[in-house]
Design a protein around this ligand. Structure first.
Ligand code: CP
Length: 302
């Protein structure tokens, strides 16, 4: 089942991204269909989630399928010492598809190798969040009319932000220019910079926010990932480093849209919410249609 799973955004080609976005736009026009009737999707969340889990569950329910799973591994037999392998093999018996979030990087790849049904990675530690990435691509395409040749400012926790890592890999197919805006402690890891350099993608790194977003088409804000810090004092030092305020959007391009995978803590002031440039709540809605498209591709339903 390895090949049908979605673990990393680079499991798919550029053509596959575009096909998923096209199908997502069809689901947006017609989100209630019965194509998952008789199918069971398991959602195994070893870490908290609001959007990813609920948008998957909404997507399944609207397509006539059923959902089983847990939102807290302490309510499963993991708390008795059951291994991830045994959990995945067992849940494979009960479902047609497993959606899993887990704190360990590489856990989703491992699960996809032992499962007897396809696995969708709903976030593995600081590594990858491919379904968020596809809904981000959908949101960018919808607001900009294209994915090509855009200037994208990625702001905040670029070290631990898995959505950033997936997004820059996917966007590398579309000739972007990146601004990476972060404090020193949360800079983009070298492996991702080397990846971009190998593809000839231009990027700049900054530590200041307001002055470096003026020519952006997309500002992608991120939360500082408190749960990834070994030392709480290190988190305290950087937790409020960037707060995007409405005033900072003065002089930015009219087509600029502010995205955020959410949840936000305080990195976007609520005074931005009423700006026509704020797009983070419609972005979360796009997760339903995009995940409908991903599941229908993986299960071969269209
Ligand atoms: N964007 C995202 O992954 O949100 P949740 O943590 O609420 O699922």
């Amino acid at each position: 089942m390895k090949n049908k799973s979605l673990v990393s955004i680079d499991d798919y080609t550029k053509e596959e991204y575009l096909e998923i976005l096209r199908v997502a736009s069809e689901f947006e026009k017609n989100p209630v269909q019965n194509i998952l009737e008789g199918r069971v999707v398991a959602t195994l969340f070893f870490e908290p989630s609001t959007r990813t889990r609920l948008s998957f569950e909404s997507a399944v329910n609207r397509l006539g399928g059923r959902v089983i799973g847990f939102t807290d591994s302490s309510s499963s037999s993991v708390s008795k010492g059951e291994s991830l392998k045994d959990t995945i093999l067992t849940v494979s018996n009960y479902s047609d598809l497993i959606v899993m979030r887990h704190p360990l990087e590489g856990s989703a790849r491992y699960a996809s190798e032992v499962a007897t049904v396809p696995v969708i990675n709903a976030g593995d530690g600081a590594n990858q969040h491919p379904t968020q990435c596809l809904l981000d691509l959908y949101s960018i395409q919808k607001t900009q009319g294209t994915l090509e040749n855009l200037k994208i400012s990625l702001v905040g926790d670029l070290k631990y932000g898995r959505t950033v890592h997936s997004l820059l890999m996917a966007m590398s197919h579309f000739n972007p220019t990146f601004n990476f805006i972060s404090p020193e402690e949360l800079k983009l890891p070298d492996e991702y910079k080397l990846f971009l350099e190998s593809k000839g993608i231009a990027y700049d790194e900054y530590s200041e926010l307001a002055e470096n977003i003026k020519d952006s088409d997309i500002i992608y804000m991120t939360r500082v990932q408190r749960e990834r810090f070994a030392d709480p004092l290190e988190y305290e030092k950087v937790k409020n480093v960037y707060i995007l305020k409405n005033k900072m959007l003065e002089g930015t391009k009219d087509n600029l849209r502010v995205l955020h995978p959410l949840p936000r803590v305080n990195e976007i002031s609520t005074d931005v919410d009423t700006s026509h440039k704020a797009y983070y709540f419609p972005q979360a809605l796009n997760g339903v249609f995009t995940r409908q498209a991903i599941m229908s591709k993986i299960l071969g339903l269209r």
